[in-house]
Design a protein around this ligand. Structure first.
Ligand SMILES: NC(=O)c1ccc[n+]([C@@H]2O[C@H](COP(=O)([O-])OP(=O)(O)OC[C@H]3O[C@@H](n4cnc5c(N)ncnc54)[C@H](OP(=O)(O)O)[C@@H]3O)[C@@H](O)[C@H]2O)c1
Length: 283
């Protein structure tokens, strides 16, 4: 065989090998970034937009020129809280406990970020009615309107019924996990983000660590900047590697501030994660 034909055959063999490997292995194991989703044509509903996390989320979405619907129970109260620069946020008024209103508001929405949360331990706006039944209303409306992606904020330790916070916070974590389960079972593409303690530090001061498996005892002393968290929410909308995943998030001093972007590419979807956790248990 002459040299040019040997080179051509070697390249062909290499190409075939690479193709077989890439078809056989899921994208996350290859560390490849899948094609980013273009958000410019999308309308994004933010539930809890007026809150301490939500106002960072709508600020970043707006700064990136994206189309938003910002949900609050009271627009004037939200603007008073965050200032005049928050007037132009396309506010829509509604209560997540009102299923019919959520159905109306969801019209024309392509993607949802929910950072809604009860501030009360009990009563009619407590965790059962906001963090669970309110989330159910949002998810059901999203299903009815063929929403493409629903990103939900819950809390670190949500999967542990014996978590001590359940005792002091009106079973808040138990209601959170029921909301998570409803979203997973809905058929809508989802991402569930469970933060550690939320703090109001500006983005980029620390690194961000994304982990899976809800091993909350390892990181429960940690905190996460609400501003960092808001940027992670946005990235999950863009990056298909976040689809049907659940992860925990915490700031760390020993990681480069931007490194978390790549951690999203390494996420295991919930099916693979559960299989891995089951294997760990038997070892
Ligand atoms: N604090 C922490 O350290 C921590 C840690 C882990 C997880 N979390 C979770 O993160 C959530 C968000 O935290 P945050 O600090 O951003 O909370 P936040 O400032 O209290 O914001 C809560 C948001 O929920 C909205 N809301 C409450 N009840 C509602 C209802 N019935 N209908 C519609 N909207 C409603 C509020 O909107 P309006 O009042 O304008 O209607 C507000 O925008 C918490 O609720 C908690 O579950 C918190």
């Amino acid at each position: 065989m002459n040299l040019p034909s040997l080179v051509t055959r070697s390249f062909a063999a290499l190409f075939t090998f690479a193709l077989i490997v890439s078809l056989a292995a899921p994208a996350h194991t290859m560390g490849w970034r899948q094609k980013s989703i273009d958000l410019r044509e999308k309308t994004i509903l933010v539930a809890g937009a007026s809150g301490r996390t939500g106002h960072y989320v709508i600020r970043h979405l707006k700064d990136q020129g994206l189309t938003i619907k910002s949900l609050t129970r009271n627009e004037e109260r939200a603007i008073e809280r965050w200032g005049e620069e928050y007037r132009d946020m396309n506010w829509v008024e509604g209560d997540v406990r009102d299923a019919d209103r959520m159905m109306e508001i969801m019209g024309g929405v392509d993607m949802v970020i929910s950072v809604v949360g009860s501030r009360e331990r009990e009563g009619p706006n407590g965790p059962e009615f906001v963090d669970y039944k309110g989330v159910v209303n949002l998810v059901d409306a999203a299903v009815a309107h063929n929403v493409e992606h629903f990103v939900l904020l819950t809390a670190l330790g949500a999967s542990d019924p014996d978590h001590p916070l359940n005792k002091v916070l009106g079973n808040a974590l138990t209601w959170r996990i029921k909301g998570e389960e409803h979203l997973r079972a809905s058929g809508v593409t989802y991402t569930i983000i469970r933060p550690t303690g939320l703090v109001d530090a500006p983005t980029g001061e620390k690194g961000v660590s994304i982990v899976q498996g809800d091993k909350w005892k390892d990181i429960f002393r940690g905190t996460i900047s609400r501003d960092d968290l808001a940027l992670v929410f946005l990235e999950t909308l863009r990056n298909p590697a976040s689809h049907n995943t659940t992860f925990e998030i915490v700031n760390r001093d020993d990681i480069e501030p931007g490194a978390w972007q790549d951690q999203i590419n390494q996420l295991l979807n919930d099916e693979d994660l559960n299989a891995q956790l089951a294997r760990e248990k038997t070892q």
